[in-house]
Each structure stands twice: as structure tokens, then as C-alpha cells.
Design a protein around this ligand. Structure first.
Ligand code: GUN
Length: 388
């Protein structure tokens, strides 16, 4: 791996082991960007130099400049960035903007806005935040909302009763029951809830009818997170057809539908999971690598082929100082967030993968905003299909 270094004044004089050379990290504030460090052993003449955006190997070499093969120790410097950061927030905004006209047309036709109902059972703090964000986004998009809260002690029967009521309510287009449900409801409670939701209102795409339609590539509701990933890839002009996509994780909510959607875009798809043998080697085969395993910083640099597109579906909260220091050793800004808040978010992908990948979704601000945007899109679609 080549590390880009500026050569300062030493090109003519020649530089070698022990010379002072300047290192550049374009992500740091100006006053910290250039630092000097002893030149490591091997220095050779080559072209190119620094800049964010692309691996050094990808640049056309032009003119003699200096590149080191062994970087000097980076004292408190952030790791060099090579990956293009895929801006999920911007794409989500684009999708929400495009929905405005469709919302207005539904209003004209039905005499009301598309309407989403959300059922939250129990008091899981993360679920409460997710639900609040979904309701807020729906309201901002001019949609109708209905919010039903049930206590953690609610029975499965009571929850199913609420779902049936929304199924029959003609003023509701979409129904979402936030998961996870309280454990006390039983192991197959979610399954029973998904079985009960009217497939025409299944904006989460979790019902068996939706899952079957998706596998058969028929019209229906795709689960929001994998559908959002496809939108992000397509709108970021990342080719999918003919590429090898590796999905790590086989959940019904993300892994399996993600694989179907990639397949329908003509990728060659491999699904990996906890029993996959030599997972890093499998992952390194990927042109597009999707990490959806729910384990913080699990996918490290050795899982990633240089230049691969890496999609991080995980959102994990790091609360231990040791974990924060280990994971974010080269990312002082994130460590600072941890110091300030006592926690910091990390995906399923280790932050240092930014040095290897060709493109990467950040956490937060990558896949998360797209999930909500696609929920809005599915709700508008449900309203458009009503009575058709
Ligand atoms: N819990 C976490 N993500 C989701 C989601 O997309 N839908 C539902 N219903 N529950 C979730």
C-alpha cells in the first residue's frame, strides 16, 4: 500500500531514511493538516500525490514526486481516507422531495393525504426514538399519522386487535408495528403480527405475501432498509449488474430481501452468515459488500477488497471507553464525540475500512435515513394502489 506524502523542499536534495518529510491529512483542520515526520526506510520516486477520494493506486502517475511505502507513525493523525462517502442523507432528501407531487395527487384523488399508522408496544428507548423519527418525517411530508402505544405488559391478542382495527380502517394506508416486540409476548409474536397485517397495507414489507412477491420480482412492498440500499447504489451511479455482491447476514428483514433485490438488479449474490467458513475470504470476493449482522465494527479491513463498495447497515451504540478507544483509535473526532456524550454510534463496519473501500456508507448518515424515506415511499405507494 502506498501512502501519499508531500515532499516539502526535499525533492531536489533527495530524501532518504531519517530526512524530515511532510505528511498531509486533508481531513484535518488547516493548522493541523501538515506535520513533519522522519522519513521511513523505503522511499522511491513515483507520480501522484495526496487528496481524498481515491486510492493512490488508482491515480494516473504523472511526473516525479515522492511516495513512501512504509508510512511514518501517525501521531494522533486520522487514517488517510480513500473511500467515497455515500451520502444517505442527501439521497433520502431527494426521495422525500420526489414524493411531494405524489402526495398531492393522492390528496386530490382520495380527498385526504396518504396515512401511516404506527404501533409501538413497550418502552424500548431505541424503538421510541425510531418511531418518533418516522412519525416526524411522515408529518413533514404532509402525510396523515396514527400512533398507537401499548404498554410492555400488553398481550399479543391485544396487539393483533389493534392491527385488525387498522386493517379495516379505510382512512389508513400503511401499518407498521415496531419491532422488537416485548420478549414476554412469545417467540413467534412478530411472525403472527406480520401474518395479520393486510398485505395491501404492509409498508414494512415483512408479511409472507410481501416476501413471496419480492422473491418472485413482482409488484409489492420491499422492506425499507434493503430497498433504500438499492436506491442509494442506483442514485450514486454504482453499477450493480454483473457485480459480485456479498451480503453478510441472513435476516428476513435485511439480509434475505437485500439478496433478492441485488439479484433482480443482475448482481451475482452470495449470502454469508455466522456459520460461513472463512468469512473474511468470502467477503474479500465482493465488489459490493453489505454488512447486516448487528455486531459493532465487525467487518475490518481484511474483509474488504481494495476499491469495493461497502454498505454498512448496522447501527450500534458503543458505551465502553475501551471499545471506543480500540475502534476509533485513528478517528479523534469520533473519540471526541464519545468523550462528550458517553456513547458513540458505530456500524457493523470498522471505521478504518474507509482506507480500503472505494465507497462506503457512513454511520450515522448512511443507510439509516434511507430506511425512513423508503417507508414514506411505500406508504405513498399503498395509498396510490388503494381502490385500483
Ligand atoms: N425495528 C427496527 N427497524 C425496523 C423497521 O424497519 N420496521 C419495524 N417494524 N421495526 C423495526
Amino acid at each position: 500500500m502506498l501512502y501519499p506524502l508531500s515532499y516539502g523542499r526535499s525533492l531536489k536534495e533527495g530524501i532518504g531514511r531519517g530526512s524530515r518529510i511532510r505528511t498531509c491529512d486533508p481531513l484535518l483542520p488547516k493548522q493541523m493538516r501538515y506535520q513533519t515526520a522522519p522519513c521511513p526506510a523505503r522511499v522511491r520516486k513515483a507520480g501522484i500525490l495526496f487528496g481524498r477520494g481515491r486510492p493512490v493506486e488508482n491515480r494516473a502517475l504523472s511526473g516525479p514526486e515522492t511516495v513512501c511505502e512504509n508510512p511514518p507513525p501517525r501521531v494522533g493523525l486520522r487514517a488517510p481516507v480513500t473511500a467515497k462517502i455515500l451520502d444517505g442523507k442527501a439521497v433520502a432528501q431527494q426521495i422525500r422531495d420526489e414524493l411531494k407531487g405524489r402526495v398531492a395527487r393522492v390528496r386530490e384523488r382520495l380527498g385526504r393525504s396518504p396515512a401511516l399508522s404506527i404501533v409501538l408496544v413497550g418502552d424500548d428507548p431505541a424503538s421510541a426514538v425510531y418511531v418518533r423519527n418516522k412519525l416526524k418525517t411522515a408529518e413533514e411530508a404532509g402525510m396523515g399519522i396514527a400512533h398507537e402505544r401499548l404498554p410492555a405488559t400488553a398481550t399479543l391478542a391485544a396487539t393483533l386487535e389493534v392491527v385488525r382495527r387498522f386493517n379495516q380502517d379505510p382512512s389508513i394506508d400503511g401499518i407498521l408495528v415496531q419491532s422488537p416486540l416485548p420478549k414476554a409476548m412469545g417467540a413467534d409474536a412478530e411472525q403472527q403480527v406480520f401474518d395479520t397485517i393486510d398485505p395491501g397495507k404492509d409498508v414494512d414489507g415483512f408479511s409472507p405475501i410481501s416476501a413471496g412477491r419480492l422473491v418472485q420480482n413482482r409488484e409489492g412492498f420491499a422492506p425499507c432498509t434493503p430497498a433504500g440500499v438499492i436506491e442509494l447504489l442506483v442514485r450514486s451511479k454504482i453499477p450493480i449488474e454483473g457485480k459480485h455482491a456479498v451480503v453478510i447476514g441472513r435476516s428476513d428483514i435485511v439480509g434475505k430481501p437485500m439478496a433478492s433485490l441485488l439479484l433482480h438488479k443482475n448482481a451475482t449474490v452470495t449470502i454469508c452468515h455466522s456459520r460461513t467458513r472463512d468469512l473474511p475470504a468470502m467477503a474479500r470476493e465482493a465488489d459490493i459488500l453489505v454488512a447486516a449482522i448487528g455486531r459493532p465494527a465487525f467487518v475490518t479491513r481484511d474483509y474488504v477488497k481494495p476499491g469495493a463498495v461497502v454498505i454498512d447497515v448496522g447501527i450500534n451504540s458503543v458505551t465502553s471507553p475501551e471499545d471506543a478507544r480500540r475502534i476509533f483509535a485513528s478517528h479523534p473526532d469520533r473519540l471526541e464525540t464519545f468523550e462528550r456524550r458517553g456513547s458513540v454510534l458505530v456500524g457493523d463496519v470498522h471505521p478504518d475500512v474507509v482506507e480500503v473501500a472505494g465507497a462506503l456508507t457512513p454511520v450515522p448518515g448512511g443507510v439509516g435515513p434511507l430506511t425512513i424515506a423508503m417507508l414514506m415511499a411505500n406508504t405513498v405507494k399503498a395509498a396510490e394502489l388503494r381502490g385500483r
